[in-house]
Design a protein around this ligand. Structure first.
Ligand SMILES: [Zn+2]
Length: 369
């Protein structure tokens, strides 16, 4: 039987250190610096440009390993983590990056033990072909079971891109089918394994997490709260609203919006920049959210009557699930209107269009301290 999601919300709210200050008609939010549990920094010269967008707004980011050559080996994961962190620390010395190891059919239990010994605490599962650079993803979930068993023993986190890539499944049902066909099997077979459903986009996924144990959580992007699938088509095709998993129906959007109140859902921008010509000519999926991430969430949370839980969602729950202490640094947002830029650099010769470019947001990110 389906639970009433609305009734779940109040008991799950926590977080009391956030200040909402109203003075002389001005409103500011002062809260702990956040944890972006899902970001794409890309690679090579793009790291130099993309990491600072996240480092400016967050204390820590989980950088996804779907680079052109996916990060499947322990040494390469650590090298990538160090170089991403270095670029972020030019902006903020305390900035931290976590990089999952990318799961393939070739990853063995021994490799996973080595990864864990090297300090890697999370592995990312991409079904083959599900999103950008997922050509080396897993071809059959069952092949992973010995590795998942080791991860469960070591208390590692499985981060999952929950979409089937079966061409016979309707594009808007890919997440639902993955949940029912695969994730429920994994969760049942490995009940102590910590799992994060990344960028939850459907009511089925929200319900799955709410019905699950404390070992299962999910990240939420700005776009899956702010938009539904009508926004892909209104005013002509909107390539900058297109991502994986695709934004879904208004009902799905409403359920994802409700889920922000639950303590096992937390911030993961899934900022996924593509050069603007790649967007226009190749139709690449991904919303570039990192330059305005906190402003986007604050704007959406205010509309949902949820400003008072923004710190909990952005800075407490994610680290808590990962087993880290939240950042001691503080950030501040001021209620002031601002327009999202037309484009921002993501490489020496590459510009990308930020999500909701040209739109007005009600909040302005001020500074970290
Ligand atoms: Zn992603």
């Amino acid at each position: 039987m389906q639970k009433n999601i609305v009734s779940l919300k109040i008991e799950e709210i926590k977080g009391d250190s956030m200040d909402i200050i109203e003075k002389d008609g001005h409103m500011t939010l002062r809260m702990k610096s956040g944890f972006d549990a899902h970001a794409h920094f890309r690679e090579l010269d793009q790291l130099f440009f993309t990491v600072p967008y996240s480092a400016r707004q967050f204390a820590c980011a989980v950088a996804m390993p779907n680079t052109f050559e996916p990060l499947t080996c322990v040494r390469v994961v650590i090298l990538y983590q160090r170089s991403a962190e270095k670029y972020g620390q030019e902006n903020d010395q305390s900035f931290r990056v976590i990089v999952p190891i990318y799961l393939t059919d070739e990853i063995t239990p021994m490799i996973m033990r080595t990864a864990h010994a090297a300090g890697i605490c999370v592995a990312k599962l991409y079904p083959m072909g599900a999103t950008t650079q997922s050509h080396k993803g897993v071809t059959a979930i069952e092949k992973l079971f010995p590795v998942l068993s080791v991860m469960q023993d070591l208390d590692m986190i499985l981060s999952v891109h929950c979409e089937v890539t079966d061409a016979n499944v309707d594009f808007f049902d890919r997440e639902r089918v993955f949940i029912h066909r695969h994730l429920s099997v994994i969760a049942q077979k490995f009940p102590s394994l910590r799992i994060i459903i990344e960028h939850v986009s459907t009511k089925d996924a929200v319900q799955f997490v709410m019905d699950a144990s404390d070992r299962i959580a999910a990240t939420i992007t700005p776009q899956h709260i702010m938009l539904n699938r009508n926004h892909l088509f209104m005013g002509g095709l909107q390539p900058h609203n297109f991502c994986f998993p695709i934004i879904n129906s208004a009902e799905d959007q409403m359920m994802v919006s409700r889920a922000i109140f639950h303590r096992r859902f937390f911030l993961g921008t899934d900022s996924a920049p593509h050069g603007k010509y790649q967007k226009y000519y190749d139709g690449k999926g991904g919303c570039f959210t990192s330059p305005y991430a906190l402003e986007l969430y604050a704007h959406a949370f205010e509309k949902l009557g949820a400003l008072e839980i923004l710190e909990d969602f952005s800075a407490i729950r994610g680290p808590d699930f990962y087993g880290f202490a939240p950042s001691e640094n503080m950030v501040q947002l001021t209620r002031a209107e601002g327009i999202i830029a037309q484009e921002r650099a993501i490489g020496a010769h590459t510009m990308a269009v930020p999500f909701l470019s040209g739109h007005m947001l009600n909040w302005r990110y001020d500074a970290a301290s």
